[in-house]
Design a protein around this ligand. Structure first.
Ligand SMILES: Nc1ncnc2c1ncn2[C@@H]1O[C@H](COP(=O)(O)OP(=O)(O)OP(=O)(O)O)[C@@H](O)[C@H]1O
Ligand SMILES: [Mg+2]
Length: 450
């Protein structure tokens, strides 16, 4: 097999439905290579499932073509198996029979079929459930059957269309982790995976490459490189930045995605524009809160003081070397510095503002006062927390209430992270105290803003 030929490829695919030839996919080109995990994100109706069906050969494109190892595809793609959101199990068949169904179109003896099904069932953690019927199974176990039925054919390429979205959060997390382990350990014979998801965190956790779709008609807005596996853990700053970037792209569906990418990644562009990514400027939607980078306040104040001490400006490259920090970690701190109004990135230099310079030159008391004023003025979340604390008679606030509100703007995990960052900054500013055990914020009486 020639390594340079992709496993599967769509070339300039167009798809129309109905007599009015309503376009659903426009100029979609995508290539799938060996070893890749690709995530498709995008709004409802942007043609993600349609593209999967076309790549699986279950549907013909209106124009353009699909190639498997470079050869045109005509009819169902035997190298692909699909896991659906809805499980798609037959209720009158038990687990083993449901899994065997995946092998129906392949010529083999009953014994071989049974053996392979049993192996797939073991692999996916369904051991002991062979004779159970779908109605007896929880959602998570049903989806395991869906996975086993797809994997039993040992597909070269596995498609998953929102495989976890019908499951509750913990079950989804559990199954996602198991799947990731199987994939990373190369226990599956599968050479590439394509997953449709609505969940940014999920895409960032799993994918080597992320395609963001736009709608009306469906097209690829932008293609983003995923994180190296070591950065996919929840804590990494690189991860937080990628999640934020995708969030920003998806919440600004009418903006040019490449421009958003360029704006946010000042050190080096990591994204590749898609051919369709035309510039369609439109007013950005107002969002209630900025995205606070996941950095501790000591790092922010430390950086401002350091730069203050060396003349008020420094090249990112030099800072990274002298402070022995990775560029993306450093840029997260610079972003925090910028949000607080202490400094800005100008042509690869971090330059302190006048207030940043004053902050760097101040003694502790004045330093705190400056920080407090900047935080209240510039950080919407802190401003709102303090306003709520002032207006409640007890001057206290439950953390969960704040997090609930944040969940309108952020995913659950990200909402919590935003809260924790705000608490870190707000405590330093002596705006409020926070009791971890009771989960309660209390207004700082002494420094109550007027
Ligand atoms: N067989 C069909 N006949 C007519 N229209 C269809 C057909 N299949 C899909 N569509 C339309 O094509 C568009 C894209 O649908 P598709 O299911 O591919 O979107 P999607 O991105 O997967 O959305 P979701 O996130 O909601 O699953 C939708 O407007 C849908 O109504
Ligand atoms: Mg779909």
């Amino acid at each position: 097999m020639n390594d340079t030929v992709s496993l599967l490829e769509a070339r300039d695919v167009m798809k129309y439905f109905g007599d009015d030839r309503r376009p659903v996919l426009e100029h979609v080109s995508v290539e799938l290579n060996q070893g890749e995990f690709v995530a498709l994100l995008g709004p409802s109706g942007s043609g993600k499932s349609t593209l999967l069906r076309i790549l699986a050969g279950l549907m013909k494109p209106s124009s353009g073509d699909v190639r498997v190892h470079g050869a045109p595809l005509d009819g169902p793609n035997p190298n692909v198996a699909i896991v659906f959101q809805s499980f798609a199990l037959f209720p009158w068949l038990d687990v083993l029979q449901n899994v065997e169904l995946g092998l129906l179109s392949i010529e083999m003896s009953d014994d071989d079929r049974r053996q392979r099904a049993v192996k797939a069932i073991d692999l996916i953690g369904l051991d002991g459930f062979e004779e159970a019927f779908p109605i007896e199974l929880s959602g998570g176990m049903k989806q395991r059957v869906g996975f086993a039925r797809a994997l039993v054919v040992q597909p070269e390429v596995l498609f998953m269309d929102e495989p976890f979205s019908a499951l509750d959060v913990l079950t989804a997390e559990n199954l996602r982790t198991e799947l990731q382990d199987l994939w990373l350990a190369k226990t599956m014979p599968t050479k590439a995976v394509v997953m449709v998801t609505h969940n940014i965190d999920e895409a960032v956790s799993l994918a080597d490459r992320i395609l963001v779709f736009g709608a009306n008609p469906g097209h690829i807005r932008v293609e983003l490189k995923g994180l190296p596996p070591s950065d996919r853990t929840t804590k990494s700053a690189a991860r937080a930045r990628l999640v934020e970037l995708i969030y920003r792209i998806m919440t600004n569906p009418d903006d040019d995605a490449m421009a958003i990418v360029e704006h946010s990644q000042l050190d080096r562009p990591r994204a590749v524009a898609s051919p369709r990514a035309g510039r369609r400027p439109a007013p950005a939607r107002a969002r209630r809160y900025q995205v606070l980078p996941d950095v501790g306040i000591d790092d922010v104040t430390g950086l401002v003081q350091y730069i203050g001490g060396i003349g008020g400006h420094a090249a990112v490259h030099d800072l990274s070397r002298d402070l022995q920090m990775r560029t993306d970690d450093l840029l997260s701190i610079v972003e925090a510095t910028n949000l607080l109004g202490f400094g800005a990135l100008q042509d690869r230099q971090v330059v302190l503002t006048p207030i940043g310079t004053r902050f760097a030159d101040s003694e502790l008391d004045e330093e705190k006062a400056i920080f407090r004023a900047q935080a209240l003025d510039h950080i919407a979340l802190l401003h709102h927390i303090v306003r709520d604390l002032e207006t409640t008679p007890t001057h206290t606030l439950e953390a969960e209430r704040v997090i609930d509100q944040l969940e309108h703007s952020f995913s659950g995990e990200e909402a919590r992270r935003q809260f924790e960052t705000a608490v870190d900054w707000g405590r330093y500013a002596e705006l409020f105290t926070y009791d971890d055990s009771s989960g309660e914020l209390t207004l700082d009486e002494e420094h109550r803003p007027t």
